[in-house]
Design a protein around this ligand. Structure first.
Ligand code: ZN
Length: 200
């Protein structure tokens, strides 16, 4: 901790250290950077965080973060509502949108099944996905989950849950050999577009 600096800085640093990728040491550096650039950084960041806290919600259909509920992807008539791309988190969705090669809709699970971390089916947004399929409009589910054990376990679990809709829905996977899902973030746009095109 930052001894003698006052409880405000301690609290700021303690909260920052909870962010992904920030340990105590980088949290102290971040605190310092924010406090040194109060007008350019700390105050605008405070406002941005307050706005996000006030306005961003979770879409009741697909689970993505948006200031509209349902989100623009779920309500846009130009998007193909018969296709659902299943992703772990919003970061993967953002990567897909950045490429602009996908014209369907999404479903954000909010995590992956993991025996190790105790994440069970009821912890994920799975019932909502089954409900969307049951509504009868969906023709294709594209799994864009990570090529990890958890990603594959989750994909198989979903395929199993949707077995009774076999005649209605085709389940496809992004091209093999491409690390997908959580890692979509790190891929260049061509690779993502290619993985989508060569899905099977
Ligand atoms: Zn939505």
């Amino acid at each position: 901790m930052v001894s003698g600096a006052g409880p405000e800085i301690e609290r700021l640093t303690a909260l920052l250290s909870k962010l992904p990728g920030l340990g105590p040491r980088s949290a102290r550096r971040a605190s310092l950077a924010l406090l040194k650039r109060k007008d350019q950084l700390l105050i605008p960041l405070t406002r941005a965080m307050q706005d996000a806290a006030d306005r961003v919600e979770t879409c009741r259909i697909c689970g993505r973060l948006s200031t509209q509920n349902p989100c623009p992807t779920c309500t846009d008539p130009a998007r193909d509502q018969t296709m659902i791309c299943v992703v772990e988190e919003d970061s993967a969705l953002w990567a897909m949108e950045r490429v602009g090669a996908f014209t369907g809709t999404y479903h954000v699970l909010g995590g992956l099944l993991s025996a190790l971390d105790g994440i069970r089916p009821e912890d994920l947004r799975l019932d909502g996905l089954v409900q969307r399929v049951r509504s009868g409009r969906v023709r294709e589910i594209i799994m864009a989950l990570p090529a990890t054990v958890e990603g594959q376990t989750t994909a198989h679990y979903i395929a199993d849950r949707l077995k009774s809709f076999d005649n209605q829905v085709e389940i496809t996977f992004l091209a093999r050999g491409v690390p997908v899902g959580g890692e979509l973030d790190w891929l260049d746009d061509n690779t993502i577009a290619h993985a989508l095109k060569s899905r099977r």
